[in-house]
Design a protein around this ligand. Structure first.
Ligand code: CTP
Length: 409
């Protein structure tokens, strides 16, 4: 299946390095030519001779001989030149961090930086706390935007005896990813939003009663930020408009921070002109105080506040959208499908993503979401519990289907 393909397997210093032997064997079974680069630390976990014997090729570790002269004339370049794909398995937090920062201080990191536009797959393996740390996630996102694809680790027993996420993906899954990229060209399909101008809203709005009090909602911005990041990974030009959030603005997107529903409405309207796609994941306040007191209201008995409705941003844009694709979210507590269908129609949406916010692990403040995607023909796609990034990818898949359908029409 992989006859004529050369795969550079980078092995970095994790206990899971022993699994690289099985990866090589499986790639050789598919007739691939496998060339191995190990880090010095990986060589402490598994023997060079083992990998050399299995791959039937010399194994590279150092850039330099002990004498200080180069091992080869320019090993990082000659090795890269022969590659159809780079696979780093296991990829430690260290090698991922180094490549994300452009550090090239050994043969593996130097070769990874000189791959040109050849596909790179990384299969991380590390302790769960490392895997979930902000620093690691930041590096992973940076590399994803640069085109590196990740084979997510599994949940299970880790070397440190803890249970958690961070165990190297199964060899089956790693081989399947390699085949998908080399045979199906899957990696390049993921640039399916290239050239699209995407507008995403996130977070919740605040409607001020006085300078220190507001009516708000528990939205954190995670779903909208996941949509912005995944769109960027798929090649889109992204503008993200968000209500106040604790999340750090993603790099290289146009980021607009707002507070109130009126401010969000104005920012969306201003940017909608230049957008091909709008996804409104923001929880926009439906009511605002008729007046905002200039000074802090003093505590004295009952307080009545008159509220008036805010503008429905999506409904307004639904009337002027032309060929743009618009997608709304519906946070519901009951009659999910019926309410969502009414909103889809009223706001002239192409898709609506509905979730039952009373369910655990769904909606506000959760890392995961459980949603249904409804289209104009009333088809309901039910997604099981997924991370917000996975839900975001599925929403973009559906949007890409619509773009392709519109092209064909
Ligand atoms: N939305 C909007 N402008 C508003 C309120 C909501 O554009 N003033 C958008 C949201 O971003 C979301 C969709 O409309 O994509 C549905 O929001 P939701 O709050 O579920 O629905 P509402 O239309 O506000 O209806 P209700 O709150 O009565 O259920």
């Amino acid at each position: 299946m992989l006859t004529g393909k050369t795969i550079i397997l980078g092995v970095s210093g994790s206990i899971a390095a022993y699994k690289s032997a099985e990866i090589i064997r499986r790639l050789k079974d598919l007739n691939a030519n496998v060339r191995v680069i190990m880090t010095v630390n990986a060589a402490k976990f598994i023997g060079e001779i083992t990998l050399q014997t299995l791959s039937q090729n010399p194994v590279y570790i150092n850039m330099f001989h002990d004498s200080g002269s180069l091992e080869d004339s320019l090993p990082h370049i000659t090795i890269s030149d022969t590659a159809d794909l780079f696979l780093v398995a296991p990829a430690t937090a260290n090698i991922i961090g180094k490549v994300a920062s452009g550090i090239a201080d050994d043969l593996l990191s130097t070769t990874l930086l000189s791959t040109g536009n050849k596909p790179i797959l990384m299969a991380p393996a590390m302790n769960e706390r490392m895997y979930k740390s902000h620093i690691y996630k930041h590096n992973e996102k940076k590399l994803q935007i640069a085109g590196v694809r990740f084979i997510n680790p599994e949940y299970g027993k880790l070397a440190c005896e803890e249970e958690g996420e961070g165990r190297l993906a199964s060899v089956d899954s790693i081989i399947q990813h390699v085949v998908d990229v080399l045979i199906e060209g899957d990696l390049f399909d993921t640039y399916d939003l290239k050239g699209k101008r995407v507008l995403v809203t996130a977070g919740g709005t605040r409607e001020y009663i006085d300078p220190v009090r507001f009516i708000g909602n528990p939205a954190t911005g995670k779903m909208g930020f996941a949509l912005a990041h995944t769109a960027q990974v798929r090649g889109a030009n992204v503008t993200l408009i968000s209500g106040k959030t604790l999340l750090a603005p993603p790099e290289s997107v146009k980021y607009i921070s707002v507070e109130t529903a009126d401010q969000m409405g104005k920012a969306v309207l201003d940017n909608f002109k230049h957008a091909d796609i709008l996804v409104m994941a923001a929880a926009v306040g439906d009511f605002k105080p008729k007046r905002t007191e200039k000074n802090k209201i003093k505590r004295k008995g009952m307080l009545k506040i008159d509220l008036e409705p805010t503008d429905d941003i999506l409904e307004k844009l639904g009337k002027i959208k032309n060929s743009r694709i618009t997608v709304g979210f519906a946070a519901e507590t009951n009659n999910l499908i019926k309410n969502a269908r009414t909103k889809l129609k009223k706001k002239n949406l192409d898709l609506i993503v509905v979730n039952d916010v009373t369910q655990p692990d769904a909606g506000f403040e959760s890392e995961t979401n459980i949603v249904k995607i409804i289209d104009k023909s009333n088809n309901v796609e039910e997604l099981p519990k997924r991370t917000k990034e996975e839900v975001a990818h599925r929403i973009w898949d559906r949007i890409v289907d619509l773009i392709n359908k519109n092209k064909g029409a």
